[in-house]
Design a protein around this ligand. Structure first.
Ligand code: GLN
Length: 491
């Protein structure tokens, strides 16, 4: 088996058993990156010198017994809105084109303590705003399954890097679906943990009350192992929840017997692609045959999710992005005539169109006179959405949902109509409003050969249950081909 075909846990095991060297694992990843990047463009940067130095550290740490977890020695890609000390972190924006943080995000420190190796930074929608990875200031990423299609977004680079075999694991961030939707489009597994499970320290904020870092991998076990590494309280993020030791990887069990699954009827509306509907029915049948109960139920406020999400997200973004003024970080316009003019020109030249649209929308809904009508109302809707999930979890262990209304769209088809693009977050954004965990599991391929994945949603801090359901579903579904096995340009 080639290294690129291995899951992260298999690779980690082979490294621990000295069947594969750390250097060899990293070289395989870099070779694949060099081969694929000209067409996929999942990465924005990688620094071979830093990687070589880190390989030496890890080799020594494994010898001395400092690094012994399941992912020691395994390369990992990191979304470019997560701060990496000395390594550029651009948020795919001209605004931060040359920003190299002087500190690591907490999750990076945790991964380094587990002996993992950051291989590079991945492309994304600018400041994580988008659903296709096309709003990056540094060029688009292509879907490894079909290069004429987008990989989804905003963590499109991370998902494409895993799907193409460049890495087996990656970090993404999810504010309204940015891990779960691209995971579905790229045929990989991605988990957004409960809000507060993972520290956001060093994640460049888009919407702080919705953002959460999560894991992207080939399968559920890989995601569980990486989630074990990055979970836990952090004194530098007061919203991270203390006192919860996690053991997701060790606790993975294969069974859905007796588990209760619910499917909101409203999710099966006209907008949902027919092939996805059919796959959903196939999946329900598999789960039922394995001893689970699956029921359709009615969920209120499904149509209110998108307006509430975009009001809350843009309001928070307009405040979070205030700091990019040409003084403290990154880009500064050379054309400013005085201080105010410099602010304006910097923000006008440094931010792309989608980011500016959201800052405007966010400032508007927070402005006096409109605050009550929009922002406050959105917060009330948010509470109602949370109530709907609370009610559902009294009855069901896991809620099943599509990840998106369609499979990955063609490049260029989405950006022309931002409202339509916003509406495609219908199945994912409510999860962030409610703060609950969700995992996307690849399930089938469409007639056109594009991946179809589904979300399994759980109650707060019940990641164990959705991981168990996902792990079992993988076995019930059986193996799916990898992107490189389907590609015509296979080499
Ligand atoms: N597509 C959503 C948005 O544009 C979600 C983005 C995200 O989760 N970062 O806001």
């Amino acid at each position: 088996m080639e290294i690129r075909e291995m899951t992260a846990c298999t690779l980690g095991q082979k490294i621990r058993r000295h069947e594969i060297g750390v250097k060899e694992a990293v070289k395989a990843s870099l070779d694949e990156i060099k081969k694929q990047e000209p067409t996929v463009h999942a990465f924005l940067s990688y620094d071979e010198k830093m990687i070589t130095a880190r390989v030496k550290d890890v080799e020594a740490g494994m010898k001395s017994g400092k690094y012994k977890g399941p992912l020691a020695g395994v390369p990992v890609a990191v979304k470019d809105n997560i701060c990496t000390k000395g390594l550029k972190t651009t948020c795919a924006s001209k605004m931060l084109e040359n920003f190299a943080p002087v500190y690591n995000a907490h999750v990076i420190d945790q991964m380094e303590e587990a002996g993992m190796i950051v291989i590079g930074k991945t492309n994304m929608d600018e400041f994580a705003m988008g659903s296709t990875s096309e709003t990056s200031a540094f060029g688009i990423t292509r879907n490894p399954w079909n290069k004429d299609h987008v990989p989804g977004g905003s963590s499109g680079g991370s998902c494409a890097a895993v799907a193409s075999g460049e890495v087996s694991l990656a970090l993404g961030s999810d504010t309204g679906g940015s891990i779960r939707q691209p995971a579905a489009f790229c045929g990989v597994t991605g988990i957004k943990p409960t809000y507060g499970r993972v520290s956001r320290y060093g994640l460049i904020a888009y919407a702080s009350s919705l953002d959460q870092i999560g894991a992207i991998g080939r399968d559920t076990a890989d995601c569980a192992a990486l989630l074990d590494v990055i979970s836990g309280a952090d004194a530098k993020d007061s919203t991270s929840v203390p006192g919860m030791k996690t053991d997701f990887y060790e606790n993975l069990r294969e069974s859905v017997a007796g588990m209760r699954f619910g499917v909101p009827k409203e999710y099966l509306s006209e907008g949902l692609d027919r092939q996805i509907q059919k796959s959903l029915m196939d999946m329900i049948q598999l789960l039922t045959q394995a001893g689970a109960t699956v029921e359709f139920f009615s969920m209120d406020h499904v149509d209110d999710v998108i307006p509430a999400y975009y009001i809350v997200a843009c309001a928070e973004a307009s405040s979070n992005l205030e700091r990019f003024d040409g003084v403290k970080y990154g880009y500064r316009s050379a054309a400013g005539e005085d201080l105010h003019d410099m602010y304006k020109k910097t923000r006008n030249e440094g931010f792309g169109e989608e980011v500016q649209r959201r800052i405007l929308l966010g400032s508007f809904v927070l402005s006096s006179g409109y605050y009550d009508a929009y922002y406050l109302k959105a917060l009330k809707v948010r509470a109602l959405v949370k109530q709907q999930f609370d009610k559902a979890f009294k009855k069901y262990d896991v809620i099943i949902a599509p990840a998106a209304p369609t499979t990955a769209p063609k490049i260029g088809d989405s950006l022309g109509d931002p409202l339509k693009m916003y509406l495609s977050d219908i199945y994912t954004a409510g999860v962030n409003l409610a703060g609950i965990p969700g995992i996307t599991v690849p399930f089938a391929l469409s007639d056109e050969g594009m991946p179809i994945g589904f979300q399994l949603l759980g109650d707060c801090f019940n990641e164990n249950k959705i991981l168990q359901a996902a792990y079992t579903l993988e076995k019930l579904r059986g193996p799916l081909p990898a992107a490189w096995e389907r590609r015509s340009d296979r080499s």
